[in-house]
Design a protein. Structure first.
Length: 151
């Protein structure tokens, strides 16, 4: 079953259950997916792919994490709590992210396989990681790990 269908099914379940904590966030997700589909049609794409949906979800989580930081600094605990709930709902549909240890092992393997020896080779390493592990690695952590390995 496609990721889009899973999200739509979850939205229908939440609406039937009148789950006010879940369905507003799911509606936002569905709306973002439809916006991406409309944008894709102008480029000739017929259907949105799961990898594109994962990108949308990651972007939504990043936006909410940024908002959480602002709310935390401003002492707005009620808004912080709302953003946290939204992140939890969105995260349900993302593939499980690897731990820092697992990420480090993968980075070390790719650095060896590419033959990277200095910071100049970081682009090659990142390219390989993005092509093979785009959906399971947290790239905000990856760049720091690679810098540590190459230095």
């Amino acid at each position: 079953m496609s990721l889009k269908k899973q999200i739509e099914d979850k939205l229908n379940e939440a609406l039937k259950a009148k789950d006010k904590n879940t369905y507003p966030t799911l509606r936002l997700i569905v709306s973002a997916i439809k916006d991406a589909e409309i944008a894709g049609r102008s480029k000739g794409q017929k259907e949105i792919k799961d990898i594109d949906i994962i990108g949308i979800l990651k972007k939504m989580i990043k936006q909410r994490n940024e908002s959480r930081e602002v709310y935390k600094k401003a002492g707005r605990s009620e808004l912080l709590e709302i953003e946290t709930k939204e992140i939890n709902v969105i995260s349900i549909f993302l593939p499980k992210q690897l731990t820092e240890e697992e990420t480090k092992k993968i980075c070390e393997q790719v650095v060896k396989s590419v033959g990277a020896s200095s910071m100049k080779d970081m682009g090659k390493v990142m390219g390989v990681l993005k092509s093979k592990y785009a959906d399971i690695l947290d790239f905000s952590k990856v760049s720091g790990i690679i810098k540590g390995i190459l230095n």
